[in-house]
Design a protein around this ligand. Sequence first.
Ligand code: ATR
Length: 307
Amino acid sequence: MSEAEKYAVIGHPIAHSKSPVIHKVFAEQTGENVSYEAIDAAPEELHSAVTRFIALGGRGLNVTVPHKQAIIELMDTLTERAEIAGAVNTVIKLEDGSLCGDNTDGIGLLIDLQDNLGLDLENMRILVLGAGGAARGILATLAELRPEELVIANRTLDKALDIVDEFADIGRIKARSFEELAEADPEVIDLDVDDYIDDESDDESNGYDSDEDGDSGLEFDLVINATSAGLEGTVPPFPGCIIGPDTVCYDLSYSMRETPFITWAKAQGCAAAHQGWGMLIEQAAESFKLWRDIRPDTTEVRKQLPS
Ligand code: ATR
């Protein structure tokens, strides 16, 4: 049998990554002759680690924390979605030897939310918490769907406003601080981002409306945690009013134990709370497809990891 073609995930730390396990299942299932290892590279080692891996015959990489932005300068080309996200999670070595950076995080989340969890995103009011790299990776994909409402809330409001500006051509997103969500009454929340910038509030067409039974409508249908606070074991002061009995909560983080956000969301009485295992698996399947031109069935591996 010919030598297996080499793939890897690169990050720091990387010891607990489940990507090697997931890709092993994919390789067995599809019969593709591939190997997949984990490469631990500190930020200052990223360049040399990538160069070495490719020189030794590496065909592709997954890229995880903290390298998703830094790896961009090592790419010869970027796909449009990687460019928009400003982050790369998949590297493909092309036929001519050049390196192409892509990003499958957004589509991975979308497949998990729509296909695995059966959510009808177009008709949902969606709140994304956080405005860092993880949020950027998913926001364009969500905005393209033109959901009923798409709001981004961040501790540092300016960062959320920057994203709203940058993604203005893709779809309408509104920015809020946590305090504004907490204090929001229908009048306040009717303001859109232009109102914050221009201090005018003549556009009432896209705001939140009170519904007929007097509910102020602050509860979202889907709340996605894209902050990194869980890594420190904490939950930022998100206002409980964003969660109602029908709200589905999703944490982009995942852990073998319940993440702090999931614990918090359940305590607020949400309808369901999911860690980002499904997104991890689906983004991996999309990467595998980019490399091997065959998409693994993710059912099996989803059964093997927590949900
Ligand atoms: P990542 O790539 O994981 O998104 P990042 O780019 O450093 O990491 O972004 C971290 C995000 O988590 C930011 O939105 C950050 O809020 P700020 O922009 O205000 O810094 C958010 N975050 C991290 N720790 C937080 C905390 N303790 N409370 C609130 N937000 C937090």
